[in-house]
Design a protein around this ligand. Structure first.
Ligand code: HAM
Length: 418
């Protein structure tokens, strides 16, 4: 019979890799604590409407990439492709804004997008991210960006570029949309099919193009900063000055619009030279209209999300070793089994990392396994030891062996430095 394999674009995280994930998650959680962010966990699936309204029907995510279905009760549901909309939904539903003027939330979670799989791009992937609700002021923009950089610097990611832009307030964007359409109109027939479609619905996304001759055309295009309101300009300048103050380097990218519809003002992306085509480690920005758009009281918000697989890829795929055993129990013969099973349990209850052979292997095979493990000592109990009441403790580094009373083994092992 053929075996069943995992779905394309999904990955198993196996022992050896899972330790790297745990280490990354621990660093993230510690840094979140330092910055005063609390964890939020939301369901794996939501109503499809949350994403079509929140992220935007014209976006790639909603128009092409969602795993959606109608369930037995006739509800249209979707596996979450991103977390900003679910977190906003939860923020509104539980009236978090009514309980505190500032809410700083973080998540580490699995997401689903039906994209074409390639290195760094998967159909199930993981993000850590934050969403901060309540402040429209640039100090929170700077804090959100600083937090992302702190995580990346802390884990030793190198070759990062922080790309920064402001896409202004909604008024500014409608001005700019018109200016951009006017500019692109004479070039319309030279545009790719995708860009021609975007021309009507979402011309700003044309700025995202990777097509060389479109990039060439766009060189002379009007810039969004030309349409900024005076407040947009001040906001952006203040974000920049706070980043300068903190010594965070950035590059201003007038064409950075991001692929989700909810953004206002600050947008940013962090890319890594250690990755290939999928080089965005992290993306985020401000979304001052989203809470209201999803039915809440007008509340400004800003956040980012970073791809965990991409971070680990950029760090280099070094396998870490899961060998953390301290004591290896070698048991020989049917009669000793109850004694060694109980001994292993007692040692574990004393927080001693213990392995017990459960394959009923020969002495030689068990000793080979003990030596391969990271155990410091092996406890050997066979019929002879059971009879004499003395186990043999073998130092696996020096090979020295000493007899120790079976009854006092836990206390004895507890007194050793393992
Ligand atoms: P996003 O740019 O769609 O933003 O995703 C953020 C990050 O998730 C990307 O920079 C990338 O590292 C990772 N990522 C996205 N798609 C995949 C994939 N198919 N495979 C592997 N990694 C992927 C958002 O999701 C926004 N919700 C971010 C945000 C939060 N904005 C404000 N708050």
């Amino acid at each position: 019979m053929t075996s069943i394999r995992s779905i394309k674009g999904t990955q198993d995280i196996l022992p050896g890799q899972s330790q790297r994930w745990q280490a990354l998650e621990t660093t993230i959680r510690n840094i979140m604590d330092t910055y005063g962010y609390s964890e939020i966990r939301t369901p794996a699936f939501e109503r499809t409407e949350l994403f079509s309204r929140g992220v935007g029907t014209e976006t790639d995510i909603v128009s092409k990439e969602m795993y959606s279905w109608t369930d037995q009760g006739g509800e249209n549901l979707t596996l979450k492709p991103e977390l900003t909309a679910p977190v906003v939904r939860s923020f509104i539903q539980h009236n978090l804004g009514g309980q505190s003027p500032m809410n700083k939330l973080y998540y580490i979670d699995a997401l689903f997008r039906r994209e074409r799989p390639q290195k760094g791009r998967y159909r199930q992937f993981h993000q850590f991210g934050i969403e901060a609700f309540g402040s429209e002021h640039p100090e929170i923009d700077a804090e959100v960006i600083a937090l992302a950089m702190t995580v990346f610097n802390n884990i030793g990611l190198e070759g990062l570029t922080l790309k920064l832009n402001s896409i202004g307030s909604p008024e500014c964007r409608s001005d700019y949309r018109n200016a951009l359409r006017d500019f692109l109109k004479p070039h319309f027939s030279d545009l790719s099919e995708t860009s021609q479609k975007r021309f009507e619905n979402n011309p700003l996304r044309i700025l995202d193009t990777k097509v060389p001759h479109e990039i060439e055309i766009l060189k002379d295009a009007p810039q969004i900063s030309d349409s900024w309101t005076a407040e947009d300009k001040t906001h952006f300048e203040e974000v920049c000055s706070f980043l300068d103050e903190m010594g965070i380097q950035y590059s201003i990218e007038p064409n950075l619009v991001r692929g989700l519809d909810y953004y206002t003002r600050t947008t940013f992306e962090i890319t890594s030279t250690a990755l290939g085509a999928q080089n965005a480690i992290c993306g985020g920005g401000r979304y001052d209209g989203l809470v209201e758009m999803l039915g809440g009281k007008p509340t400004p918000g800003i956040g980012f999300a970073a791809g965990m697989e991409r971070i680990l890829l950029a760090l280099g795929n070094v396998e870490t070793n899961s060998k953390t055993t301290q004591v290896y129990i070698v048991g020989l013969g049917d009669a000793v089994r109850p004694t060694v099973v109980k001994l292993a349990e007692d040692l574990r209850h004393n927080n001693i990392r213990t392995q017990l052979d459960v394959l009923r292997r020969s002495m030689k095979a068990q000793m080979r396994d003990a030596n391969k493990s990271s155990a410091t000592i092996a406890v050997i109990i066979g019929d002879k030891e059971l009879k004499s009441g003395l186990a043999e403790i073998k130092d696996l580094k020096t090979g020295d062996q000493e007899p120790v009373k079976i009854k006092g083994l836990v206390d004895h092992i507890n007194s050793l430095t393992l």
